[in-house]
Design a protein around this ligand. Structure first.
Ligand SMILES: [Zn+2]
Ligand SMILES: [Zn+2]
Length: 206
């Protein structure tokens, strides 16, 4: 059982109304000690787990905290192991709405491909442990750093474009001014505008 050793939990007497997307049997409801109001569902046959959408990141963060460094070697090893649910290629149905769930790489780059619906996230047996190992090795930290760096690069690029545009528009403006001063109109746009003005003036005095 992959929750043992990770956190203390209690299995509720009552079965959930939801069924396991893999085995089709009723799921058990599990409460986690120390996290109030936290209830997840587990299949007693395949040990898969179903989390409400916001529960899984909370559990992962509460279980593995104080991660300040990235262990690239461990992350590399974690990525070398094949996704655990590769053994079942088929998409599985959401225990709530029965629609087929999407396959999503949790945390964008954890290498753990989870089944996800707007109603929750299904983890096959072993996937929770892999996600915790990924976080412990700094995988989430690395992902956050990559996202922050990308945002900083995009901001820099936006500022560069803005400066270039400002420079361009001030050049155009000064060439207009120069053109007007020298009596030599260079811009075709200005010529067109002048013709328009001349037509209007002509109309006024006819
Ligand atoms: Zn099952
Ligand atoms: Zn659903």
């Amino acid at each position: 059982m992959n929750l043992r050793g990770i956190c203390a939990y209690r299995v509720s007497e009552q079965h959930s109304e939801r069924t396991c997307p893999v085995c089709n049997c009723a799921l058990d409801t599990i409460t986690i000690e120390g996290i109030a109001g936290f209830a997840i569902e587990r299949c007693g046959t395949c040990y898969g787990l179903f989390f409400d959408p916001e529960e899984l990141p909370v559990l992962i963060a509460a279980t593995v905290d104080n991660v300040y460094s990235v262990n690239m070697k461990t992350l590399w090893h974690l990525n070398q192991t094949a996704p655990l649910n590769e053994r079942r290629k088929a998409y599985v149905a959401c225990p709530v709405c029965r629609e087929l769930m999407n396959r999503v790489n949790f945390g964008a780059r954890s290498g753990v491909v989870v089944d996800q619906c707007k109603h929750g996230i299904w983890l096959d047996n072993g996937e929770l442990r892999k996600l915790l190992e990924w976080r412990k090795a700094g995988g989430q930290l690395l992902h956050e750093q990559v996202v922050a760096e990308k945002a900083a690069r995009e901001e820099k690029e936006r500022e560069r474009k803005e400066r270039a545009l400002l420079k361009e528009s001030s050049l155009v403006f000064s060439s207009h001014v120069r053109g007007a001063h020298n009596g030599a109109i260079l811009e075709s746009e200005s010529l067109a505008m002048l013709r328009k003005v001349a037509t209007i003036i002509g109309k006024l005095f006819v």
